[in-house]
Design a binder for this molecule. Sequence first.
Ligand SMILES: [Zn+2]
Length: 466
Amino acid sequence: MPDHYLCFHGHFYQPPREDPFTGQIPREPGAEPYHDFNEKITAECYRPNATLGNFEMISFNVGPTLASWLDKYAHETYDRIAQADRNNLAATGFGNAIAQSAHHTILPLARRRDKIAQVAWGIASFEHRFGRKPSGMWMPETAVDYETLEALAAAGLTFTVLSDEQVTGDTGGRAGPYRVKLGAGRSITVFVRDRFSSNQLSFDMDKFPNTTAWAEQALASRGQGLALIAADGETFGHHCRAGEHFLHNVLLRDAPALGFQITSLTQYLANHPPQTEIELREMTSWSCMHGVARWVTGCECTPGDGRWKGALRRALDNLSGEIDLVYTAEVRAADAALRAWPLRDAYIAVVLGQMDGPAFLAAQGLGSLPTPLADRLLKLLQAEFYRQRMYASCAFYFEELTRVEPRYAIANAARAVTLVKEATGEDLSRGFHRDLSVAVSSRVNATAADLYDAIMAAAQASSLIK
Ligand SMILES: [Zn+2]
């Protein structure tokens, strides 16, 4: 069959599991016999897929927080993943990795300046890992609005991926790519995944006796053009046992046997520029049929009373506003002409270990700041980093406030509060605590303020707070 293409896109991601006070990952219940879920999922998914060569055959993104962990703790797997992109680049002229915004923030729910930071930090992380500029970016949960796509396009990115229920227009169930018009004469390219086939793999892979049966059912009757399956990468080996072999067999044997050429998004786009225009259904995502309610107010996707989600988000948003006020005031004190948000965007170089704080300030033309001012500014930039990290969407994904994921969010907030206090003496904890106290678990007798108190008590007990 001429002109039949198949692309599998894998979204590989783990939240920042490190205790923000110690940098260490605590032992995670449920991950046994492994120490934590990063180790468990590496053994079940990342390492076997890398060893089988699957990363060479798919299109993929590795979230910056996961890439950073793999670099440190599973370096051989990390190297194989980066090498897969280089091998594709050498063989086809196109790398098959794409970027992801930094902290798995639901971007449509973020302020514009935070969207811009998340995108800039995602690009910088990609360049650090893959040694080249990215052309596409994965948006967490594929959550979208026009302002987010504007941020991608303004940063020089050319495409992203959405699910078919997130767009309107004449797609006929095909993957495109399509053009989405933005303001000021700009546009961006969108690939549209096949939701049915993607979800079938994610949730029902084990119902098929073998990969050939799946491929014949999912692919054999397709017309020309691109078939795009996009799923969490962890589907292949972690969520579905032996899923790495499923992926391998489909790409190496079954899809080619049906006449499909295996391609990546970047390679396909280079030869098939968008011809048709489509529009967005804004404030939608691939994993909540209620738009983005799952991460704001709670919805029927998770059973039980999810009202804590709105309260926790309000607490984080209020705290963000307070931290930003302190930070911008400090930036003005350092240099009246200095722009706070581009400075924060550039700060990712320090987080990535490309330079230390003093070298960063020198590179920003702030090398002559008196030491006390320089120290304060660097601490507040660190606070801005942790305040970005507290928005990892996992905090809001599940039904229960006292799970480990909301704790990550609150721990990162606690770290930011501590840094602000160390830098300026200003104590933001009272207001934050008040806001957290109205986020109440429906399962156990606890509020988010109780979680915050426990986190601060643990940090104080280990003398991590002066
Ligand atoms: Zn929902």
